[in-house]
Design a protein around this ligand. Structure first.
Ligand code: NI
Length: 160
């Protein structure tokens, strides 16, 4: 088995808070990431595909093709966006790197037809990143947004 990785970058805003918490509790848990109008990160995404090299090409997956899939299905949707509001798949979800990784996996996995999607890493900074390998996780709560994009209520959404 060989593991092939493609890196990609995007810049986006987010705010971490839970609308069912008090302001004080949000502040205590999410600290600077709870800034009401959001804040930005330069994210790095690493997508690893596993498989055996094709005997004719020597490729597990053509990295040009993997790069194009990542751009089309992930980067073009999230780059220079506000993750709490602007991206349908993330809208209303608390946009931690953990949740972003799970959602990105669900978006990308069906398109990886050469080899298998093995791992997805989301770097929020040089020091902080998460890795997801597609294992089962609890359903992610999606909060309902009002027309003005204030989060006003919540409900559970079965994601996977
Ligand atoms: Ni942040």
């Amino acid at each position: 088995m060989i593991y092939v990785t493609r890196k990609a970058h995007f810049s986006a805003a987010h705010r971490l808070y839970n609308p069912t918490f008090s302001d004080e509790r949000n502040e205590a848990i999410f600290d600077k990431c709870n800034n009401p109008r959001g804040h930005g990160h330069n994210y790095t995404l690493e997508v690893t595909v596993s498989g055996n090299p094709d005997p004719l090409t020597g490729y597990v997956i053509d990295l040009k093709r993997l790069s194009a899939l990542i751009d089309e299905h992930i980067i073009d949707k999230v780059d220079h966006k506000h993750l709490n509001y602007d991206v349908a798949e993330l809208r209303g979800i608390i946009p931690t790197a953990e949740h972003i990784a799970v959602v990105f996996w669900q978006i990308l996995e069906p398109f990886i037809t050469e080899g298998k999607l093995y791992s997805l890493k989301v770097f929020e900074s040089d020091n902080n990143f998460v890795e997801y390998k597609g294992e089962p996780v609890e359903p992610i709560t999606r909060y309902h947004l009002s027309k003005t994009d204030d989060i006003i209520e919540h409900r559970d959404t079965q994601f996977a």
